[in-house]
Ligand binder design. Structure first.
Ligand code: NI
Length: 163
């Protein structure tokens, strides 16, 4: 199984390339394996070193409700004006959760594994998770969403612990 790429690996700061019509089913299977083993609720392809616009998520499995979705070439079509703060963790930044402010609801479009283009209105933890994973495809991590002083307060000890 592939290892999760850890911050500050430069692959986590690189915008990913569109997938288009390429068959990525084997890669998606591998991403779910890595995500469930981690264990996590979401994983983006760059987190296993593949710079393609794909993320997987399953916000319910830890509560016994399996809801796996694979999002290929996702787009955020709309974001609510209302925002909220929540502490987010990231498999690529172990033990350094950070409070991130994001829109509370989004409309997400993506291609699924059958090639169908899907549109979904997401709320709650799913909206949160999808935005976090979408950020990875743009080369953004949770630290990039923080004010500079808070970022320094959280990132400096993280980097020191890994040095
Ligand atoms: Ni993450």
């Amino acid at each position: 199984m592939r290892e999760v790429v850890l911050w500050p690996d430069p692959r986590l700061s690189t915008p990913c390339a569109p997938v288009g019509s390429e068959d990525v089913s084997a890669l998606v299977t591998e991403m779910f394996e890595v995500m469930y083993a981690a264990p996590g609720r979401g994983l983006a392809a760059p987190q296993i070193g593949v710079l393609k616009r794909i993320f997987v998520m399953d916000c319910g499995w830890k509560d016994g409700d399996m809801t796996p979705i694979a999002c290929i070439d996702p787009e955020i079509l709309w974001s609510s004006a209302e925002t909220g703060e929540m502490t987010e963790g990231c498999l690529s930044i172990p033990d350094a959760p950070a409070p991130v402010t994001r829109p509370l609801e989004i409309r997400l479009a993506y291609t699924d594994l059958t090639g169908a283009r899907i549109e979904q209105h997401l709320t709650g933890f799913e909206a949160r998770c999808a935005q976090h994973e979408f950020d990875h495809l743009e080369g953004r991590v949770i630290f990039d969403r923080l004010a500079p002083d808070l970022r320094a307060a959280l990132e400096t000890p993280y980097l020191e612990a890994r040095a």
